[in-house]
Design a protein around this ligand. Sequence first.
Ligand SMILES: *Cc1c(COP(=O)(O)O)cnc(C)c1O
Length: 422
Amino acid sequence: MTSLYSSAYARSLDSQDTLAHFRDRFAFNEPDLIYLDGNSLGRLPLAGQARADEIVARQWGRRLIRSWNEGWFDLPARIGDKLTRLLGTEAGEVIVADSTSVNLFKLVVAALRRQVGRTRILTDDLNFPSDVYILQGAIALLDNGHALEIAPSPDGIHGPIDALQERLDERVALVVLSHTVFKSGYVYDMAAVTAAAHAVGAWVLWDLSHSAGSVPIDLAGAGADLAIGCTYKYLNGGPGAPAFLYVRRDLQDVLANPLSGWMGQHAPFDFALEYTPEPGIRHFLTGTPPVLSLALIEPGLDLLLEAGMDALRTKSIAQTTYLIALWEEVLQRRGYTLKSPRDAACRGSHVSLGHAEGWRINQALIRELNVLPDFRAPDNIRMGIAPIYTTFTELYEAVERLRRAVDDQVFTRYSSQRAIVT
Ligand SMILES: *Cc1c(COP(=O)(O)O)cnc(C)c1O
């Protein structure tokens, strides 16, 4: 068998890549930098730069407050409707607002209040810790005897399907899971988990932060109840861009937004003193949206829609599979372990490698070897692949630098002291 481990082979894969030209539509300023952090902060689409100029200079600078009626007021719903095409659902079921954490809080409180008599909330120990903090905060606020159950993953990589199933009974109000988990990249079977929860009358809230723009999502097909997610990761919406939330149509007027604010009010400019929620998805808005960040979601989203989620997924699987094959051939014997699923069917678009010297290797990569992955404690070097702009050659070169970090003992020049933002 010929070795996969050659730059010529990587270049041949790139030359067959039908999505390769999308890379030219993003900002690249450092040719030698290998950016594998598109799952934390996606790259800047070139059209985003032009859009920012348009919004700042013309819409704000010239049109001033008139811009609210010239498109700003409709932005949360308009971009939400566009997002439904990536999320497998219909216009009117998604809206853009607030942060992922705040949206989680709103939907959890709304759901728990409606699931009267049910006191359990189920999650897993692979979930993003902030999501768990929000659940704890919601339980404390409601002060109504709710308990959080955290099902343990069998191996720290795969979702605890059996442990979740065992805990699912009619006491469960809500199951809250990251669809693609942030460390290992494991992807849940949304339809199967949703069906199991529905069988006992529970609802499921999916956090799609690491799924939106990275794996195909079919909220409608799964009969999903609720979802939230980030726009600044694979969607390339820019730092701190507002998040999205999904509420299935038949639940929209059943659930009440606990952060009832004027943007969710029916006829907000009547300035009535009694809150009357606007029917539909809109009453899940709270206050004035961050227009600049909100509008800048669209250029990245447009690129993903143009490329098509099926083609992106095909390339993503080819790339994560290639990276894992290189790990097996080159990195495994250098102490790197695979901390992501082997089965592409339950793997998202990032691959985590462990190493006993993970933190120092990561420092060597960032400061000296010009690779930007990110680090997730205790020892995960997480490599996010954004198929819309990541090349096979970059993955080959990243593996080459991971090899050198160990073979040339580059990591020994770095301390094991942690930074604040990893
Ligand atoms: C990135 C991420 C978040 C981020 O939430 P913020 O409110 O934007 O800080 C939440 N949940 C998951 C699963 C994430 O991956």
